[in-house]
Design a protein around this ligand. Structure first.
Ligand code: SF4
Length: 254
């Protein structure tokens, strides 16, 4: 199964794996809420339990950008199945070598085992909402930011992207150093898009702007969307679902 998104005109998600146990508070009103509508289709989708859909292996979208397992975290997948996912991509590359595949996880060390198998059109992605570990456990069961950063840095792969969305309050100096040292192709910046549903310790606009300016000065492309008027380079690409994406998915399912 795949779906078109409005995140990028030529991007689609491809979900041979779904579900996640990191239980991020900001995921509940989005992926996890919509998953409840799957009750009559797939119990594991409904419960957001990590699982695989073998029948989707051969159904890779033809989109320019493909988000692999966009409705979950791939680090919960069986590595044997992920190898089958990679093999399907390699096979698809014979016909459409110009597609790009995003593998995103909040546990980057999981991806290390596949480094020798990824084709060059794979981009590895992680989310770093902040550089601060204190209090992070109340937001997510994922590895805390400092561990996630260290794991992502250790991955010997030249094509990386970091998404700072939903941004949580951070220390500009340290966070800038982290992001620069990861050498990402770009950094995606975004505030919490559902402040009425989920309360997070937000950074100030000034901090976001300072972070963006320092990254740009270091030669790192900055993209953004939910930036409340901050003057950043806007892009058609996003790694997160918007309300419109979720509504579209709900309409597709029912
Ligand atoms: S890691 Fe991603 S999929 Fe998993 S709970 Fe958090 S936001 Fe949802």
């Amino acid at each position: 199964m795949s779906k078109k998104t409005n995140m990028y005109a030529s991007a689609e998600t491809w979900n041979p794996i779904k579900g996640c146990l990191f239980d991020c508070t900001y995921c509940k009103p989005s992926f996890q809420q919509q998953a409840k509508r799957q009750k009559h289709n797939c119990t594991e989708c409904y419960e957001f339990t990590p699982h695989q859909h073998f029948e989707r292996l051969s159904k890779i979208p033809n989109a320019e950008i493909v988000f692999v397992g966009g409705n979950g975290d791939i680090s919960f997948a069986d590595p044997v199945f992920v190898k089958q996912i990679i093999a399907a991509i390699v096979k698809k590359n014979l016909k459409r070598p110009n597609q790009v595949y995003y593998f995103q996880t909040k546990r980057p060390e999981y991806l290390a085992q596949f480094i020798g198998e990824f084709p060059p059109n794979v981009i590895l992605v992680t989310t770093l909402e902040t550089n601060r570990d204190d209090g992070y456990g109340a937001v997510s069961k994922a590895p805390p930011p400092s561990k996630r950063y260290a794991q992502f840095k250790q991955l010997e792969w030249s094509r990386k992207v970091v998404t700072v969305e939903p941004a949580m309050d951070f220390d500009v100096d340290e966070f800038t150093e982290w992001l620069i040292s990861l050498k990402p192709e770009y950094v995606w910046l975004g505030f919490n898009s559902r402040p009425r549903s989920v309360r997070l310790p937000e950074p100030s606009k000034e901090k976001m702007l300072a972070l963006a300016e320092r990254l740009k000065k270091a030669g790192i492309q900055v993209r953004g969307k939910e930036l409340w008027g901050l003057e950043l380079e806007m892009s058609e690409a996003s790694l997160e679902w918007t309300d419109e994406d979720i509504e579209a998915e709900a309409r597709r399912l029912f």
